[in-house]
Design a protein around this ligand. Structure first.
Ligand SMILES: [Fe+2]
Length: 342
């Protein structure tokens, strides 16, 4: 049989199959089994100088009593109206004026806050009062009640990240509102968070759920001490992973956070990975080449490293600190982590 005859007959057959809701694998093979991942999103940067004025305007435009959260999500144009930052992650900034409360709720999406200008803010997580000092990381694991309050006399802003796009892709997202008039929710102290604040020590007789970290607050001062002492890795970065103190693994099964320091005058090696990453510039200035893009960045800018995209970073002026939120732990559980370095 000649190629032309085969093609003609094949195409008529394919149409007949499609009419019966059957797709021949041989016709769809490349689409079903791509040779490698192909991120739909290009690397992107949101600059603090553009975001900050919009946060201030949001306070004037909406009352906290009328909205679930006063947050501005960084929405990548590649995803159109989908409201997502990378394929699987959301990143945002939240703003609260003095005395304002962001009402309690819980959901199956995992989330984190990183305190940028949040001195005086408090997040209540699972009945524990977690302060938000500069550089603190607060984790809110799936289905744990949480709410926020600004107890200071100044406007506060923090960085948020969550994985609703991933959970929605599985269509496994549940959400439950709390009672905004329940004052008892806010009348708590550090509670059981005290069990997990002392590094290297574990109280006997305290059980921890294997599902996620029993520790919710990771103080910035501890991160800064450790990152200064951490060795430079093969990729040229000093990296500290936020871990579950009971297991040594990621803080949550689907959200995985890192602090990284770029030393002055040191460029990292080019690296790519199957997981997605959002980077918040905590301090300093620098430049990153990600895929075809090159970004100059400074404090509180946010940029993305889509999955399977080459990335290289360098600090400018002095050293620079990045906070990196990833879905690496989800990929670990699915045995899908692959990393390459040049
Ligand atoms: Fe939430």
């Amino acid at each position: 049989m000649t190629q032309a005859v085969m093609g003609k007959q094949g195409s008529a057959f394919v149409s007949e199959l499609e009419g019966k809701h059957l797709h021949p694998l041989w016709d769809r093979y490349q689409r079903i089994t791509p040779v490698q991942p192909q991120a739909p999103d290009v690397p992107f940067i949101w600059r603090w100088r553009d975001v900050e004025p919009m946060l201030h305007r949001s306070v004037a435009e909406v009352s906290i009593n009328d909205v679930e959260r006063r947050a501005l999500i960084m929405a990548h144009p590649a995803f159109g109206s989908e409201t997502t930052t990378t394929s699987t992650l959301l990143a945002a900034f939240t703003v609260l004026d003095p005395g304002e409360r962001a009402r309690p709720h819980r959901h199956t999406g995992a989330a984190i806050r990183f305190a940028t200008r949040a001195e005086g803010a408090v997040t209540i997580v699972d009945g524990r009062r977690c302060e938000m000092k500069a550089g603190d990381l607060i984790v809110t694991p799936p289905m744990v009640w949480h709410g926020h309050i600004n107890e200071s006399d100044q406007r506060i802003i923090w960085f948020d990240a969550a994985n609703m796009p991933l959970i929605r892709a599985f269509d496994a997202h549940f959400f439950e509102p709390g009672d905004p008039r329940n004052n008892e929710f806010w009348q708590v102290d550090a509670g059981e968070e005290r069990l997990w604040t002392e590094a290297g020590l574990r109280a006997q007789g305290v059980e921890a759920s294997p599902a996620h970290s029993p520790k919710y607050r990771y103080p910035g001062e501890a991160t800064r001490r450790l990152i200064a002492a951490a060795p430079i890795g093969a990729d040229g970065l000093r990296v500290v992973r936020y871990v579950n103190p009971a297991t040594g693994g990621a803080v949550m099964p689907t959200l995985d956070c890192y602090a990284a320091r770029l030393d002055k005058g040191t460029a990292t090696r080019r690296k790519r990975a199957t997981y997605n990453m959002v980077c918040l510039v905590v301090a300093g200035e620098g430049r990153s080449s990600i895929g075809e893009a090159t970004f100059e960045w400074s404090q509180h800018d946010v940029f993305t490293i889509p999955h399977w995209t080459w990335a290289r970073h360098e600090a400018r002026g002095g050293h620079a600190d990045l906070f990196m939120v990833t879905d690496k732990s989800a990929f670990e559980r699915l045995d899908l982590v692959r990393e390459e370095m040049e």
